[in-house]
Design a binder for this molecule. Sequence first.
Ligand code: NAP
Ligand code: ZN
Length: 351
Amino acid sequence: MTLAIKAVGTQASDQQLGVMNIERRDLRPDDVQFNILYCGICHSDLHQVKNDFGASRYPMVPGHEIVGRVTAVGSAVTSFKVGDLAAVGCIVDSCGTCPACHRDLEMFCEGVEGTTLSYNSQDRVLGGITYGGFSQTYVCKEKYTLRVPENLDLAAAAPLLCAGITVYSPLKHWGAGAGKVVGIVGIGGLGHVAIRIAKAMGAHVVVFTTSPSKVEDAKRLGAHEAVLSTDPEQMKKFSSKIDILLDTVSASHDVNSYLNLLAIDGNLVLVGLPAKPLEIGAFNVVKGRRSFSGSNIGGIAETQEMLDFCAEHDIVADIELIRADQINEAFERLEKNDVRYRFVVDMSTLS
Ligand code: NAP
Ligand code: ZN
């Protein structure tokens, strides 16, 4: 049995998004069902809609920064009740038994089916493809459903479900904190949240942006220093000074100029997903014993830890709240780097 609901999705990479009907599964004993209140728009949604990675499946309903209120719970659910806040990020299932899942790294699940993502994945229950948060409701296993602290602004907290965990996890893993200089490259949805999280962890935060207006805004966002990355003189000042550089840039760019900013044993962590391979000059990493690495979202337990950390430090995203019928316009603006700093869709406008 399934329930028909409304969603906003697309039929092909060259088509606009429009209202469509999709099915959600009926509750199973370990499921949580919730009405979606807000859903953020991540640049990954744009990559996926446009099939930048060549793995998109259609029809596609994007959206993986999902916050809502519980409307029903299965008979075996113990940690959610009707009326509670609930959230879903990128991960909605995994095998639960492989070494990665045992380490709470469900995003790297080694099971036969791998990680099931909130959309564009094989649906383990209904067959077909999973559909994301640009929709009226979601049904998710309790184990993969997150708790949103009540003190956070719900619309502004939605981007934490992807942008927040994607930057929190590498910052924590590589030891961002007091005495460390953290550089954030690219001040979009991920980057602006990263400034706040790195600062709350106690690091000295330096912003690298191609946008002059964001240099001016960086201090308000919490950065200690800001660099216009298109100005070689400003870049030179930070040569060999940065311990951890978090690169959130969504398009092709020269990572070598950033590798040269790393101190001895410094690490550039790529979280941005430019579709084409990046080139690295050997001398930019052998000098200073530098590392070039990457990170992919974060596990469920760490996502909950991040939400609680953000609640404790009063961290949410700066958002532009839009209606469901403005999603196409938002995608166009996101492509032009014209958002301060995350679009969030008020899903109650989809009726
Ligand atoms: P976003 O809001 O569009 O921000 C990307 C930022 O990159 C822009 O604000 C801009 O910052 C900079 N930028 C864009 N085009 C550029 C260019 N041609 N050259 C140099 N800088 C450029 O995107 P987002 O939602 O934060 O996502 C960022 C990237 O991370 C995307 O590729 C997304 O798919 C990826 N992502 C990865 C994960 C993961 O788990 N690894 C998770 C979520 C998202 P300035 O204006 O400051 O220069
Ligand atoms: Zn995302």
